[in-house]
Write a protein that binds this ligand. Structure first.
Ligand code: ACO
Length: 325
């Protein structure tokens, strides 16, 4: 039987130049560097220039991922761009990225699952490849959350940042057996009963323009640790693995305490968890590919290693993927 698997051919990331430290935020709202570090682990975040749109960040990350794969826009037949902060209501930000990369065939579309967006997009692209509908896909997580923050609300504005990350997936085909590398499984979930716990209070259909991020932080925290531990457990049981078999976990970078709590629940050593939250803050859909690109780039994650990617976000949505690099 013919089998197709999605191989990760290249990863890339982009962070805006401007860095905003916790000390700078102390000038804007009633907060402190110490409070932010103790409660979230965050020390700084990157914030996009006024003229930089989500598509600009996405294009920069995509170019790096394509270069790492030794491919160009011409080679792509699918772009799935995860974002909750598109340039415009429509058309999709993905079509702007498509044009910038010189890709004129195939399809490009946006996907919205907030902080879980990259895992959702990876799952969708992987299924397109496995069913033979795409051969070479670009999966991007890109956000400018700075545009939807209420900069007077200390309970949310200190937690987020801007950025983009991307991976190129290439189909590898074989008869019976395929390589043991690539995406081995993806797992996505949502539960809309929690819609109101993390949301933006505006948008095209609800009347108000755009709106701002609102969050019941404690409730989100509680669900995050439970859901993330569960979905990583699902990855392990589906693939007949134990936590000890995993070389690296690349978690969504929302809060250092959520990352540590999840690792503890799974009895995973913190040395095998990639953490960037202290420098990037929560970049929503961009956080997992940004962390992945960093750990691949500095040589921590090596070819052949088993990596779990996981994320949770508004909706609630959550998910995970198992990849052999
Ligand atoms: N600076 C100083 N004090 C603050 C700040 C701030 N920036 N923000 C809140 N406080 C105050 C609160 O007003 C409260 O004061 P009070 O006791 O006088 O009322 C006190 O600090 C404690 O507030 P809590 O909300 O109970 O603090 P908590 O320990 O829960 O930490 C946090 C808050 C960091 C938001 C935490 O709940 C969290 O990380 N939740 C997860 C949310 C998250 O990461 N969401 C991202 C999107 S979803 C996802 O990606 C998983």
């Amino acid at each position: 039987m013919k089998m197709i698997r999605s191989l990760i051919a290249g990863v890339g990331a982009y962070l805006p130049e401007r860095v905003v430290t916790n000390h700078e935020l102390e000038q804007r709202v009633d907060t402190s560097d110490q409070w932010i570090i103790e409660r979230s682990g965050i020390r700084q975040r990157h914030i996009a220039d006024d003229r930089q749109l989500t598509s600009d960040l996405a294009i920069a990350a995509a170019r790096k991922a394509l270069a790492a794969a030794g491919l160009s826009g011409d080679d792509l037949d699918l772009i799935v761009l995860a974002t909750a902060t598109p340039d415009n209501t429509f058309p999709s930000t993905a079509t702007r990225v498509q044009a910038a990369l010189g890709m004129t065939r195939g399809a490009a579309f946006d996907l919205q699952a907030v902080c879980s967006g990259f895992i959702y997009a990876l799952s969708v692209a992987d299924n397109f490849i496995k069913t033979g509908q795409a051969r070479c896909a670009l999966v991007i997580g890109a956000e400018t959350f700075s545009r939807i923050l209420d900069w007077t609300d200390r309970t949310t504005c200190v937690l987020f940042g801007d950025g983009a990350g991307a991976v190129v997936l290439r189909a590898e085909e074989g008869r019976g057996e395929v390589s043991d590398r690539g995406i081995l499984s993806t797992h996505i979930h949502s539960d809309g009963r929690y819609y109101d716990l993390l949301k933006v209070d505006g948008g095209p259909s609800s009347g108000k323009q755009v709106g701002h991020l609102r969050m019941e932080g404690r409730e989100v925290f509680r669900h995050a640790v439970v859901n993330l531990a569960e979905v990583v457990g699902e990855v392990l049981s589906t693939n007949g693995l134990s936590a000890q078999d995993i070389d690296w976990v690349v978690p969504h970078q929302a809060n250092k305490r959520i990352i540590d709590g999840t690792a503890r629940k799974l009895r995973l050593s913190s040395e095998r968890v990639v953490v960037t939250v202290e420098r990037h803050a929560n970049t929503s859909a961009a956080s997992v590919p940004l962390a992945l690109a960093e750990a691949v780039g500095d040589g921590r994650i090596k070819p052949g290693q088993l990596v779990v990617l996981e994320a949770m976000g508004g909706g609630f949505t959550w998910g995970a993927a198992l990849v052999r690099m």
